[in-house]
Design a protein around this ligand. Structure first.
Ligand code: PEP
Ligand code: MN
Length: 338
């Protein structure tokens, strides 16, 4: 159940409504927007009478949510969520964010040269895996925390925020001081214990869509994080598995406007994993921006063909620079900046 307060509702009126909701046995999540406060009641709301709450002073309207997710739904934050990072960059605002970096952190020289490239192109976020979920146990598994320390240094030297994948609960604590945003990979989208634990953290989470997950399942997974009180979740379309084999995955561009409509959470497009092919990345990056994505995630490497993982989909620096310049023009055409 969502209770939208009137613009001029007082704190006392808001408190009275929260108390009435709690007395009815529901857990209340409050969001204070620029103009109005919205209260989301989560729990056994089925038996509640919305009319009873509509009568309370300061209430504008009350509605039941039929979608199985409540906190991820648009109604809770109609104006949309903007997430701010300590380097001053935002995801979810007017500016389209650029998140770029290698698939895996390989060595100092590699990550420092990539950080310099991302900054020079005007990007605000450095990505790179320290813990890699590889299809084969014999493939390179990542450098772990020492790799992340290198990436932190490189990001700080270039004013960038750090995004890196967390694969299990035990990695959260050592990663916390080193990352600005936890990435949950496609393979872990339904690792509910990990999601619950990330709900307790007060750092943003970039949640990737699972390879066989529906939009609703993605939103329900985000709900696990939000219901813990961590309201800073970024959704990511990274391609799903279909019968098509011409690309590594099928990038579901339509999922971007669908997610923007159903949810207030920012949405990222990942054309690298979405296509698996370097030559297809620019077209799908542009498609993501045109479709309303709040961020674009791209894999880049100084020696892309020799990257230890995901080489085929990784852009060379010059390709990345050219693409970001084109995305900037495109963002302007759809009322955004980049
Ligand atoms: C990655 O970002 O490098 C990655 C492993 O992504 P995904 O979980 O989407 O496969
Ligand atoms: Mn990758």
């Amino acid at each position: 159940m969502i209770v939208a307060m009137q613009e001029k509702a007082s704190e006392d009126e808001i408190d009275t409504v929260i108390t009435a909701m709690e007395e009815a046995g529901v857990h209340v999540h409050r969001t204070t927007g620029e103009f109005q406060t919205i209260l989301a009641g989560v729990g056994p709301t089925g038996a509640l009478d919305p009319a009873k709450f509509e009568m309370l002073p300061g209430v504008e309207h009350v509605h039941r949510i039929s979608a199985p997710y409540k906190l991820a739904g648009r109604a809770w934050r109609p104006e949309g969520t903007t997430i701010e990072f300590r380097n001053g960059e935002k995801i979810g605002g007017q500016k389209v964010a650029v998140i770029a970096g290698p698939c895996a952190i390989e060595n100092r020289e590699q990550i420092f040269s990539i950080a310099a490239c991302v900054q020079a192109a005007g990007g605000g976020f450095l990505r790179g895996g320290a813990f890699k979920p590889r299809s084969s146990p014999y493939s390179f598994q990542g450098l772990g925390i020492p790799g992340l320390e290198m990436m932190r240094e490189a990001a700080d030297a270039h004013g960038l925020a750090v995004v890196s994948e967390v694969m299990e609960i035990a990695q959260i604590e050592p990663m916390l001081p080193l990352v600005d945003c936890f990435q949950v990979g496609a393979r872990n989208m339904q690792n509910f214990n990990l999601l619950r634990e990330l709900g307790q953290v007060r750092k943003p989470v970039l949640l990737k869509r699972g390879i066989a997950a529906t939009v609703e399942e993605l939103l329900l997974s985000s709900e696990y994080i939000l219901s813990g009180g961590n309201y800073e979740v970024i959704l990511c379309e990274r391609g799903i598995r279909t019968y098509e084999t011409a690309t590594r995955n099928t990038m579901d561009i339509a999922a971007i406007p669908v997610l923007k409509k159903l949810s207030h959470l920012p949405v990222t497009g990942d054309p690298s994993h979405g296509t698996g092919r370097r030559d297809m990345v620019p077209a799908m990056a542009k498609a993501a921006v045109a479709a309303g994505a709040d961020a674009v995630l791209m894999e880049i490497h100084p020696n892309a063909d020799k990257a230890v993982s995901d080489a085929a989909q990784t852009l060379y620096f010059d390709q990345f620079e050219k693409l970001v310049a084109e995305l900037r023009v495109l963002a302007g055409a759809v009322g955004r900046t980049l």
